[in-house]
Structure formats: C-alpha cells, structure tokens
Design a protein around this ligand. Structure first.
Ligand SMILES: [Zn+2]
Ligand SMILES: [Zn+2]
Length: 296
C-alpha cells in the first residue's frame, strides 16, 4: 500500500512538502538572504534522494559509480551553485545598474502564488527555447553535450554542466524573472522549486506519476531526453515544467517502457567523466560534421 502510494504520489508529495516548508518559513528570513535560503536545504534533500535511490531504484546499474561521481560532486556542490547565483546577480546588476524598466507586479495587486506561477511560466519558455537551441546549434551542442555524456541518470548529474553552457542558460532563465519585476519572495520560491524538481528530474527513483508527468519535467520524462535514440532525445526540453513541451509538441512519455541507453551518439569523442577534461573538451574537440540531431 505504502509502496503504491509512494510510487504514484511520491514526486508530487516531495515537491509540495518542500515548497510548503519554504513558503511558510521564508517570512522569518531577512530579505537579503531569501534568494540563497533554499540552498540551505539542498543537502537534506540530497540525502533523501540518495536514500530513495537505494531503496527503490529505477535502474540498479545506475547506482554504481562509473568514474563520474567525484566530478559530479564538484559540479553539485561548487560549480553549479556558484554559477547559478552569478547568473542571477548579473541580471540584478543589469536591471538595477541600467535602471531597466520591469513589469511591476505590485501594480496588479495579485497574490504571491499567482505572481510566482506567471514568472515561472515565462522563465520556463526562455529555458525551453535556449535548451532546444543548444541541441540544434552545433557550437552550443559542444558545450551542452557534457551534460548528455553521462552514462546514467541519477541525482548528482543534475548539476553536470559545462560552466559556459550553465552560465548562458541560467542567465537567460533568470532574465524573464527580473524582467517581470520579481521580488525576493518570488526569487526564493523560484530557486526552491528549481532545487527540488532539478534533483528529482535526474533521480534514479522508480516513480510512476501520471499526474506529475503532465505538469512537471519529471525523471520519467527527462530520462528520454538523455536517450541515445533519435526521436527520443529531441524531447522534453523543459526545466521545472513540461507545459511548453506539450505546447510545442515535444512532450514524450512511454508509460510502460524505459529508456534503453543514455549518453551521446554523435561524431565527437565520448564525454570524459573527469572534471578537467570536461572543462577542456568543447575547446579542443574537432568540429564534427554532424551533431546529435543528425544521427539516426
Ligand atoms: Zn539537453
Ligand atoms: Zn539531464
């Protein structure tokens, strides 16, 4: 009974519990710390992910270290948080430093939840477009393929990105958030939902959530995005939500099937699992004649 509940509702319960906790406690946090406040709880969430992955893995062989774990840890705890915050602060500096006019929510007298939802939807559209472009543009693909080069999908490769890819994507992801005139509370909720759904997006947990798969970019959807099979990896480009994938007809889900193999099958060298090699690889790689999108 519990297993069935957990399998079908575990994803939504975790997201709801984390977001409720952040929403209820953020009023006690000084405004200047609100944006980084959810980061305090990323470690307990990671512990929960590791425990759930061990307890109920979607694929047992993905639990094993494939020489990628050390690099993924450095991505997760050093590079990823630093670059994401830099991307946000660059936008803040741009909007305040140049006095760029923003869409002032305050004038509309809306609830915080509605403001947050509209901001998230708008930001997700930007993410969808840049992510899709990173797959279709040969130059950007050289950087983005570092993320796709992983031979398994598990909690720690949620952060496995080349810094250039991550900085570009996150800067464009935060741009609409600031453009909408988001205050610190909305920024806090925005960071929080990205932490919890980002970890779940890659988590190797056996969830089968039909409801969540229609709203969020769950691991059930995102594993197909890591597939090596044409027709599967050009799908599910969303970050938190899958609504733009539904809108642009790139939503892909097979309820009774599981992705066969994950990784890259393009004409570049296989992506290294070593951190320094990953940093250098896009610059020293010979230009391929084809990108992943050409391979059948
Ligand atoms: Zn991708
Ligand atoms: Zn991924």
């Amino acid at each position: 009974m519990f297993k069935k509940l957990h399998t079908h509702w575990g994803y939504l319960s975790l997201v709801a519990a984390f977001m409720t906790f952040i929403a209820l406690t953020m009023r006690f946090v000084p405004v200047e710390f609100l944006e980084v406040y959810p980061l305090l709880f990323s470690s307990p969430l990671i512990v929960a992910m590791i425990w759930l992955e061990k307890k109920d893995p979607a694929r047992k062989d993905w639990l094993l270290n494939q020489g990628d774990f050390l690099a993924d840890l450095i991505h997760s705890f050093v590079l990823f948080p630093v670059i994401v915050l830099l991307s946000s602060w660059l936008n803040r500096w741009f909007f305040t430093g140049f006095s760029i006019p923003t869409f002032q929510f305050e004038l509309l007298n809306q609830s915080l939840a509605l403001k947050f939802l509209v901001t998230l939807l708008f930001a997700e559209l930007f993410f969808y477009l840049i992510h899709r472009f990173a797959h279709e543009n040969r130059f950007l693909w050289r950087f983005h393929r570092i993320h796709h080069g992983a031979d398994r999908v598990y909690w720690a490769n949620a952060a496995r990105f080349h810094p250039f890819d991550l900085f570009l994507t996150m800067t464009l992801y935060f741009f609409p958030v600031y453009l909408m005139g988001a205050n610190e509370q909305i920024l806090c909720l925005f960071v929080a939902i990205n932490i919890v759904t980002g970890l779940l997006e890659h988590a190797n947990i056996q969830y089968a959530s039909r409801t969540a798969n229609r709203i969020f970019n769950t691991s059930e959807l995102h594993r197909w995005h890591h597939s090596t099979v044409a027709g599967e990896y050009q799908k599910n480009y969303g970050k938190v939500l899958c609504v733009w994938d539904v809108f642009f007809r790139t939503w892909y889900y097979r309820e009774t099937d599981f992705v066969k193999e994950v990784g890259t099958r393009d004409d570049y060298s296989p992506v290294s699992n070593r951190l320094m090699a990953q940093m250098k690889q896009p610059f020293i790689e010979k230009t391929g004649q084809r990108g992943i999108y050409d391979v059948s």
